[in-house]
Design a protein. Sequence first.
Lengths: 109, 111
Amino acid sequence: GQQVQQSPASLVLQEGENAELQCNFSSTATQLQWFYQRPGGSLVSLLYNPSGTKHTGRLTSTTVTKERRSSLHISSSQITDSGTYFCAMANYGNEKITFGAGTKLTIKP
Amino acid sequence: GGIITQTPKFLIGQEGQKLTLKCQQNFNHDTMYWYRQDSGKGLRLIYYSITENDLQKGDLSEGYDASREKKSSFSLTVTSAQKNEMAVFLCASSIKLGEQYFGPGTRLTVL
């Protein structure tokens, strides 16, 4: 079945630094979405980006379909960015979504 | 805009009990999903449904049943709750092959 690998598993940064999160998948993605989860909270959709580059606020996602990878870049990180970030994907014609294990991001003052 | 509601928010059951979780969406989305998330872990797909009365098994369907009686609602049944089981069950919906939106979750505790 399809597999999704996220790296790093955890990341600790100082406030103001940039964060780079990676997602690699075992098959070509036709759906690719990044989510954020605060401890004890539900999932919030950040970006839906099956190909190319998309921006929203301080977030940029770049998905290179042929290389089966996607990245999420967070610029000028803030303490409130702390939480877990998940990527999720499905491949062509298949609505079965597979999630990665997540990257736990901690931003320190 | 739309919303996904999940009921109940908290569910406490006894070992061996059959428990039902409900999910409603008003996005008019075709596809709905049920996931399980254990504490500190990622999401595992239990069941999904691409249209009314359709059911597709995910990776974790054993021990669960699901029902999609109408487009806006998707129910999940834990057929026999396991003692010390504790997890959050998350419902999501999407248009066909599109962006997913999640509900707030149902937190299950089995005594």
